[in-house]
Design a protein around this ligand. Structure first.
Ligand SMILES: [Zn+2]
Length: 325
């Protein structure tokens, strides 16, 4: 992943200068390769005979244990279920483990991903550890939402922003992975994150998006019934439903920008510009803002137990009201 090179330069500098931070906060968009970079750093730091550029050797006992996912000094913490919190018990178990020395002579690594899923109680327990950290231990906190972490934790971490420095690198990599169509659109849809773009390509997200947009347009033109569309949307799995809401949010945000006559370069969905522009001119701006807030709320509610059919119907009804009063 060539775009990770600048992040790796910083990390290898830490190793070569033997200035390993006690806690590192890796910040960057979803699907950009933060986890992979954290693993590369961990393996390199634990390697018994690293190469001149600080990269792991891949052959020593530490590397063999790491590759087999059985290294005793590598600890990975994530929520038990995606979207759930990392609870206090997980943090207590972690700090109990960290009270003991690392088993090998090199470093011990703890990777927490996503770190913003620590809840209040677990973040507090974690903070206590950060105030009195143990020797030869490096914690890597990974997040795409740094503002969701308590300031007290953020201030104790060395920050490492990760981004795609050059879009050409991302495009070249995607091509290598067999992504040959709609590369620009996929990258826009994934906020520039190549791994996410690859995943969207694999899931054929482009045609799903086209379908959703044409259904949404039909609703605006009163050419269809909300119950029919809601039934189809309700059949999507949770990941696709999440995408659907992200797209609706993007489209409404684009329409708001277009009605302010902002520079079109800021528009996310350039390929849909003509339709969005036409609607933006017709629709009430206040109503669009209200609908935007409503969509954000719906997206939050996706994580809770709710009647999805009802939610889809509500989204479509509000949209219809906005178009026809
Ligand atoms: Zn090694």
């Amino acid at each position: 992943m060539p775009w990770l090179q600048s992040g790796w330069s910083q990390l290898s500098l830490y190793i070569n200068q033997n200035r390993i931070p006690q806690a590192l906060l890796m910040i960057g968009n979803k699907g950009i390769g933060k986890q992979q970079l954290a693993e590369q750093f961990s393996q390199s730091l634990m390697c018994f005979s690293p190469q001149a550029d600080a990269m792991f050797c891949g052959k020593c006992q530490s590397c063999i244990l790491f590759n087999a996912k059985t290294h005793p000094d590598y600890i990975f913490i994530a929520p038990e279920e995606a979207g759930k919190a990392i609870g206090i018990d997980a943090v207590r178990q972690l700090t109990a483990k960290l009270a003991l020395k690392p088993q090998y002579e090199s470093y011990r690594l703890v990777v927490i991903n996503p770190a913003d899923s620590l809840n209040n109680a677990s973040a507090n327990a974690f903070l206590k550890y950060l105030e009195e950290p143990t020797e030869r231990t490096c914690l890597i906190l990974i997040t795409d939402k740094p503002s969701k972490l308590p300031a007290t934790i953020r201030s104790r971490c060395q920050k490492l922003p990760i981004s795609v420095s050059d879009e050409k690198l991302a495009k070249a990599w995607l091509k290598q992975q067999g992504v040959t169509e709609k590369v620009e659109l996929l990258l826009k849809m994934s906020q520039g994150s190549p791994l996410m773009a690859k995943q969207l390509f694999d899931e054929d997200a482009v045609s799903l998006r086209t379908d959703i947009f044409s259904q949404w347009l039909k609703m605006a033109k009163a050419e269809t019934n909300f119950v029919v569309i809601a039934e189809q949307w309700n059949k999507l799995d949770k990941a696709a439903m999440n995408l659907l809401l992200l797209w609706l949010i993007d489209w409404v945000a684009d329409m708001i920008k277009l009605s302010h006559h902002r520079d079109t370069a800021e528009i996310v969905s350039l390929d849909l510009k003509t339709s969005l522009q036409e609607m933006a001119e017709r629709l009430d701006l206040k109503g669009l803002y209200k609908y935007y807030d409503f969509l954000l709320l719906s997206r939050k509610r996706l994580d809770t137990q709710l009647n999805r059919q009802l939610m889809c119907e509500e989204i479509l009804i509000q949209w219809s009201v906005l178009n026809h009063g």
